[in-house]
Design a protein around this ligand. Structure first.
Ligand code: AMP
Ligand code: MG
Length: 462
């Protein structure tokens, strides 16, 4: 168990990147979820439910931490259009602390009330949005995607009106634990304001706290390119569609966060789009790596305010090859096989096979059945999907797989692998969980799913 180590670095910096704000005074605070595993890593798991609710529902400051919440200032490109009217309009940085590995962490909120950046919005989060984010983060963590963690979800007793949910709908405040809420959009704003001094100070802050191996600004950019190439690769191997890959939703630490209309692929569909308002499919599944690259381009362009473009362009240009390398590693990790020097035959055989398996659950099913590689042959051929493991696309994949050794055969001994099906988080499952909550205030399916995802995380251990 670790100690609580407050370290409100950003509040102590004089960088003009935030505004002090107050949390909304909610009519109710009903604790719906506390992440005790994450809390244990931050020394906060010993809080009573009452104390927890006062900190993450009422936002009473944590000891020796920020005396007041800070709404962060940022701009961003939304669907490739520049928007200077952004910023923490329904969230804030509540506290910063060190985890059990000495890393700086943020406790940030979503749905905690209006701020100077709300611009007419109510500053609130729907309970359904909170439930969806808790599920997404748990599943992504299980699948080895660098993600923010959902720390706390507290229902707040208000009736919200939303165009895209049956209204009125219930409200909640989510607290997330992440490495940083500093975004590409934080830099875009400083470039837009021509504020070179703050940008230099921000680079120093990020290097010191998050990318200590970077020697200078191009080195920092290089580290951010690497982290985000890895993130994109992990999304793709997890079959995850974030849905709203705007530059204000991209973190300088390469951590996935802010989950709105996300989806997990039911089966492999390159054009699968998560957000109903993404009419052009700009943020479709297979476009995510290119989108991350485009977003990195905006970050790089912002940095030219304070540094030469040449080394930035050089780092930017390596992104596709870094992505490819990370993607091969991510696929091998999902298959529990040891990567080879050349993984191309496996990758080029995998996608035609996945494309041919057009039924619900086939994407996760394939990774599940073949987790362990050739060692799982008998298990795969006895699975509910076995009838599909035939034909040319399959044979090519199976041949490619033969070259690989199992990375960790002991993982297959986990009792979870005795079950016929993988854990999934498809839209129908989420809607069913939500319907129980919305119609009967029955949270049992939600907690059961979180337990199942936790078992899944332990079994995969990615
Ligand atoms: P998000 O959808 O949370 O990534 O937010 C995108 C931008 O819209 C951010 O500047 C948010 O602060 C703002 N925003 C979204 N929903 C609300 C809301 N209900 N009230 C105020 N601001 C909001
Ligand atoms: Mg956002």
């Amino acid at each position: 168990m670790s100690e609580y180590l407050p370290d409100p670095r950003l509040a102590q910096s004089t960088l003009p990147l935030y505004d002090p704000v107050k949390a909304a005074d909610f009519p109710q605070t009903i604790l719906r979820y506390r992440n005790d595993r994450a809390a244990a890593s931050a020394g906060l798991d010993t809080l009573t439910d009452e104390a927890w609710t006062s900190h993450f529902g009422r936002f009473r400051p944590l000891p020796d931490n920020q005396p007041e919440p800070l709404a962060l200032r940022y701009h961003g490109h939304q669907f490739r259009h520049y928007n200077p009217d952004l910023g923490d309009g329904r969230g804030f940085l509540f506290a910063q602390l060190r985890d059990d590995q000495g890393r700086l962490l943020d406790l940030g909120t979503k749905g905690s009330g209006q701020t100077p950046w709300s611009r007419g919005g109510d500053g609130r989060l729907t309970l359904k949005g909170g439930v969806r984010e808790v599920l997404a983060t748990a599943m992504l963590e299980a699948l080895g995607v660098p993600t923010s963690k959902s720390f706390s979800l507290i229902e707040t007793g208000e009736a919200l009106h939303r165009g895209d949910e049956p209204s009125p709908t219930r409200s909640a405040v989510l607290t997330r634990l992440s490495h940083s809420h500093l975004r590409f959009g934080t830099f875009e704003r400083l470039a837009w304001l021509n504020d070179a001094d703050t940008m230099r100070g921000l680079c120093d802050f990020i290097i010191a706290n998050y990318h200590p191996t970077a020697q200078d600004i191009p080195g920092l950019f290089d580290a951010v390119v690497s982290a985000n190439a890895k993130l994109a690769a992990r999304w793709m191997a997890a079959g995850f569609i974030h849905g709203v890959l705007n530059t204000d939703n991209m973190s300088m630490t390469g951590e996935s966060f802010d989950y709105g209309p996300y989806r997990f692929l039911p089966w492999y569909q390159p054009g699968f789009t998560a957000a109903y308002f993404d009419h052009a499919g700009l943020y479709a599944y297979a476009r995510q790596p290119d989108t991350v690259l485009w977003n990195l381009g905006q970050l790089g362009r912002s940095l030219t305010l304070i540094t030469d473009s040449e080394p930035l362009v050089a780092a930017f240009n390596t992104c596709p090859e870094r992505y490819d390398a990370e993607f091969a590693l991510a696929v091998c990790a999902r298959l529990n096989i040891l990567p080879l020097t050349d993984n191309q035959p496996l990758l080029t055989s995998l996608f035609p096979l996945l494309s041919s398996l057009a039924y619900d659950g086939s994407f996760e099913g394939l990774f599940y059945d073949w987790f362990g590689g050739k060692l799982s042959h008998n298990r795969a051929m006895a699975s509910p999907r076995a009838e599909h493991y035939t034909g040319e696309a399959f044979t090519t994949f199976r041949t490619a797989l033969e070259a690989y050794e199992t990375a960790d055969p002991a993982k297959l001994d986990h009792p979870r692998f005795k079950k016929p099906n993988p854990e999934t988080l498809l839209i129908d499952e989420i809607e069913t969980i939500w319907a129980d909550i919305a119609e009967r205030d029955d949270w049992s399916a939600f907690y059961a799913k979180l337990d199942a995802i936790e078992t899944w995380r332990r079994a995969l251990n990615l």
